[in-house]
Design a protein around this ligand. Structure first.
Ligand code: SF4
Length: 476
């Protein structure tokens, strides 16, 4: 998979592998491993091949022995090798008459595009190794499942998705992509690659710091709303720093504003002065978004009201917001009349931190929200955002003044909800766990999202159920 993402990453992983660390508890990797273990419950009687990754020959021999034993219904972490490619398969399930099912377990809520390449490579090796693969399924988390009072029912938490056709399509082109990887690995030096979008998708690259060590602090990759075409033009001009972009270079309003501020060394958009993190360090911690931390970090106090009052939307002056009176058609989404100058939308939790309630949120300005019919919201789900936070680890969260609950608790334990904007009624909507339907909580959430609590509608949502209680905040 590394080779499909970036040949340089493949070469570095093989020839200069980073030291292996056990994933920290609560991290995405650790959660994925736990989900993988729990998925074994779907295959009663299955046997785990527990040889370590570096014991591949032993693991392959044990896999072969288990496959020959008709009493074994499934094999976990089965090992195979074909054409110089070694794989471990999450689950192979015995289907009868010599046929097997390939089962890939993911801790996500459903299929993602890059899973297909991953699974296709496994199918390629399995078939090359002489295994009759009759069915291919993704085993993923069932987001419709609601945890009961007795705890998690793991067998109901999973859903299975047939990927036979999608993988068959991918297998047509996959073999053509392998020779370039072999040539790369045979090279004595790492291939040159320009860091870009491939560095965080589909996986975050562990060599980011190494590849970007020479980039300026105001590298143009941190400039929001910069299209790929404009980035290419800047690259052709030899311009890598935002502050070096000529004033006359055509940019969007937002990009031009930020660019001019960088040129003037204007503090509000300085990633290093506000966050204390360099852009590189920031991206290492939460790189799923392409915005630098200073842009993401919204002011905690209203700019034109007292320190304890709830900010009104119109009091906020977003450095990147338009003042045209209309929504931008960001990413081609349709224009919607706007009724407020600010406010944010996104998923949130209320957690207890230091004896009082605190909001953890992915709060996104309306200009960057995703459109669903008349509603504006954010694609990112609670599980995904919680995973990102957990991956940063407790020290980093504490350093940013955030509760550490995402690291040590599960995403559905705390009361949660989502703030949306209803374009038809021109009101914010807070869909939340019923525990949060009290004035103190509404005020707390509204403050975090820079909306007026009185201008928001709060609604229940049966998906948002929690097992923890949080203290009712005192209103000033
Ligand atoms: S940081 Fe980016 S360019 Fe460098 S190896 Fe990783 S994916 Fe490739």
């Amino acid at each position: 998979m590394a080779g499909l993402q970036c040949l340089r990453r493949l070469w570095l992983l093989v020839h200069e592998p980073p030291p292996y660390d056990d994933p920290p508890p609560g991290s995405v990797v650790a959660m994925g491993q736990e989900i993988g273990r729990k998925a074994h419950l779907l295959f009663p009687g299955g046997v785990l091949v527990d040889e370590e990754p570096w014991q591949h020959a032993e693991a392959a021999a044990r896999t072969a022995a288990l496959m020959a034993d008709g009493r074994v219904p499934a094999i976990f972490e089965a090992a195979f090798e074909y054409d110089g490619i070694r794989i471990r398969v999450d689950v192979i399930e015995r289907l009868g008459r010599g046929a097997w099912g390939l089962r890939e377990v993911k801790s996500s809520a459903g299929l993602k595009d890059h899973y297909i390449d991953d699974i296709a490579l496994q199918a390629f090796v399995l078939r090359g190794a002489g295994v009759s693969v009759a069915s291919i399924e993704l085993v993923h988390v069932n987001t419709a499942y609601v945890r009961g009072a007795d705890g998690i029912c793991w067998s109901e938490l999973f859903a299975r998705l047939d990927l036979g056709e999608a993988v068959a399509d991918a297998l047509v082109t996959l073999p053509d992509r392998l020779p370039a990887m072999r040539d790369c690995l045979a090279s004595a030096t790492a291939p040159v690659a320009e860091p870009g979008g491939q560095c965080s998708a589909p996986y975050e690259c562990e060599f980011w710091d190494q590849c970007t060590v020479d980039k300026p602090a105001d590298w143009i990759i941190h400039l929001p709303y910069l299209s790929q075409a404009r980035a290419s033009e800047l690259k052709a001009l030899g311009i890598e720093a935002i502050s070096a972009i000529p004033a006359e270079f055509p940019l969007t309003w937002n990009s031009a504003t930020l660019s001019s501020r960088w040129r003037r060394r204007c503090a509000p958009v300085s990633a290093t002065t506000i966050s204390g993190l360099s852009p590189t360090a920031w991206r290492r911690q939460g790189r799923s978004c392409s915005w630098p931390p200073a842009v993401l970090r919204v002011p905690r106090k209203p700019l034109s009201s007292g320190p304890h009052s709830s900010p009104t939307a119109s009091a906020i002056r977003w450095p990147w917001s338009r003042r045209t009176g209309r929504w931008p058609s960001w990413r081609g989404k349709r224009m919607v009349e706007r009724s407020a100058e600010g406010g944010m939308v996104g998923p949130f939790w209320v957690v207890e931190d230091g004896g009082k309630s605190s909001v953890i949120a992915l709060a996104v300005p309306l200009e960057r929200a995703d459109t669903y019919g008349d509603m504006l919201t954010v694609d990112t789900g609670h599980l995904e955002h919680r995973s990102r936070l957990a991956r940063r680890g407790a020290p980093a969260l504490r350093a940013d003044g955030l509760p550490t609950a995402p690291v040590w608790s599960e995403y559905e334990e705390w009361p949660r909800g989502r703030v949306l904007y209803d374009g038809s009624s021109q009101r914010f909507v807070i869909r939340a766990d019923r525990q949060l339907h009290r004035l103190g909580f509404v005020h707390l959430i509204a403050t975090r999202f820079y909306i007026e609590g009185s201008g928001a509608t709060i609604l229940p949502d049966d998906h948002y159920r929690s097992i923890r209680r949080v203290p009712l905040p005192c209103r000033d």
